[in-house]
Design a protein around this ligand. Sequence first.
Ligand SMILES: [Fe+2]
Length: 264
Amino acid sequence: MNKDFNNIINPQSIPEGILTFFQRWFNDYTDRYIYDKKRQIIDFYEMKRVHTHEVCRYITAVTKKYTNDDGKINLAEVIGLFHDLGRFEQFKTYNTFEDSKSVNHGYLSCRELVKSGILLKLNPIAKNTVLCAIAQHTKKHITHNLKPEYVFWSKLLRDADKISLFPFFIENIPEWERNNELVGDGKISDKYLKAASQGNALERESYRNLNEFKIFILTWIYDINFAESKEILKEQNIISLFFKMLPDTDNIKCFRSKLLAHIE
Ligand SMILES: [Fe+2]
């Protein structure tokens, strides 16, 4: 079987025409939330659309390092495009992006997609790959015993999602320092730092103030899966930029060394 033919029938590939259709559908869907009655942009929703485009950019960049197959790169883009679809309905219904105070937004994204019927344009394997990666992106760990092909796409999305959020926090935390209820006393407990230095991402909502929140976000680095994702973090100098916002103590330096070792 020649390689091109193999690509055409590859069940996980998505043709260019379907990707374009999905992009238009996504814009129409999100427009309904983003614009108020006076056609003014509502920032909370717009922020999620910008985040989506960032995730698409990173997930395709990392995928391109592993394959030249356009159908596969399109699949990556579709996963990125739809991964946070449920964020719009989540904020509209619950007025929050916190899953613990509303619903799991990965589940909500899948529900909105299934309800729309648009994934019927895909063959069942591509459809399940998209839904599975989206459902997996909000879990603390990828489900045990998942098929390897699903694990691959789930890991890609989890990396792209995190890579896109680090710069967002670096940009916004200085503003939050001045004006956010999370600031608190800024004390990082030894216990928290010790837990953060163990090599695992910390539990959501385990932090008590903005400085511990920074530590929490940094522990996502332990969950970065692909070498190409680590390269992007290094190119963007993410670790150094985050540590500029933290106290310069010996324990903090030790934590920093652990993270640097992880992305080397
Ligand atoms: Fe998400």
